[in-house]
Design a binder for this molecule. Structure first.
Ligand SMILES: C[S@@+](CC[C@H](N)C(=O)[O-])C[C@H]1O[C@@H](n2cnc3c(N)ncnc32)[C@H](O)[C@@H]1O
Length: 334
């Protein structure tokens, strides 16, 4: 590499390293904004909102709120727009709408889970998980004394935080499926949403799940048996488990669907697929780190790794379709 190239790289590193030093600051500020309800109040105001009115509405100390808002304007979470010659106000952006609780594009519940103390504590135990001599349990369990599923079972508050987090991402992913790949449900008359939080999940999850029309809420264990249907739907399930466990779950799905016209619909990241190297490329790898932290043996998979678990579970063919999300749709047939 030429000297100027090396110097440029070093200069870049001197800047980049500060992003790591303060990597947590962005999620901490965004969490604070969600808890205060900043995005909700600005959206409801309907026109650029002056700081003084925002502070009054939120019952916040003006100069500290100003600093929080200055940070978020810098990161383009909110915009500043003129109200008149002398005053500016804050306006919503597509990004700030992701912070509105219960909003159409809300990621608020997911951010609150990802910034919750049990989750953050887990990341401190990542190194010992990687060492050969390290823990044989997930960083989540090392930090919190129980694996995620036992932890949520015995902590109703975190059960709710976790389920709401999953539900908020699920809403966005399902919208992306319906928009980008609606044909996936063609001809499907009955479907089981394995680990879907409502339709078929662990008994303690189903016990607090809402009821929707004719949808049956079934508590059970996907390693034991899955209700008979045309299609088994598994969104963000298999990445929680290692290959052996995935094969067990997939074999149960295969037993549950019809041999001739049944299928399994998997919604998961596929590492190294073309789409992954551009816009959302970083996200598959982030999720893979998250899986290492939260699960005992879970992982994100490449196409080759998906092919292995599907063939080992007795599926003879599968196809992979992209959607506007980190996940792809994998349709697998007996
Ligand atoms: C990562 S969440 C995904 C939830 C949902 N599919 C979604 O995309 O929002 C994994 C789900 O699997 C459920 N789960 C874990 N072990 C299970 C088991 N043995 N049987 C059925 N569901 C299980 C959890 O309760 C949780 O709801």
């Amino acid at each position: 590499m030429e000297v100027s190239g090396i110097e440029e790289e070093e200069a870049r590193a001197e800047v980049d390293i500060w992003n790591y030093v303060f990597g947590y600051a962005k999620i901490a500020v965004v969490k604070c904004a969600i808890e205060l309800g900043i995005a909700d109040v600005i959206e409801n105001y309907g026109s650029p909102m002056p700081l003084s009115e925002l502070a009054t509405a939120l019952r916040c100390e003006l100069s500290r709120l100003h600093r929080i808002m200055r940070f978020m304007v810098h990161y383009r979470i909110f915009k500043q727009e003129p109200i008149n010659q002398h005053t500016v106000g804050f306006s919503s952006t597509p990004l700030s709408r992701c912070l509105i609780k219960g909003g159409e594009k809300s990621m608020a519940a997911f951010i609150l889970f990802m910034s919750s103390p049990p989750w953050l504590a887990s990341w401190h135990c990542l190194n010992s998980r990687v060492l050969e001599t390290g823990n044989n349990i997930s960083p989540f369990e090392a930090a919190n004394g129980k694996d995620l599923w036992s932890y949520t079972e015995t902590n109703p508050y975190h059960n709710e935080v976790f389920n709401e987090a999953m539900a908020c991402v699920a809403r966005l992913t399902v919208q992306a499926i319906i928009k980008g790949c609606p044909e996936v449900f063609d001809g499907v008359k009955s479907l089981v949403d394995v680990g879907g939080g409502i339709n078929f999940d662990l008994p303690h999850v189903v016990a607090v799940a809402p009821k929707f029309g004719s949808i049956e809420n079934v508590g059970g264990d996907m390693f034991m048996s899955i209700p008979n249907v045309d299609a088994a739907f598994l969104m963000w399930i298999l990445h929680d488990w290692d290959d052996e466990e995935c094969i067990k779950i997939l074999k149960k799905c295969r037993e549950a669907i019809l041999e001739d016209k049944g299928k399994v619909i998997i919604v998961e990241a596929v590492l190294e697929k073309d789409k992954e190297v551009d816009e959302l490329g970083f996200l598959g790898l982030m999720l893979d780190m998250a899986m290492m932290v939260i699960t005992n043996k879970g992982r994100e998979r490449t196409l080759k790794e998906w092919s292995y678990v599907l063939r080992q579970s007795g599926f003879t063919r599968f196809n992979v379709k992209p959607i506007r999300a980190v996940q792809f749709i994998i349709e697998a047939y007996p």
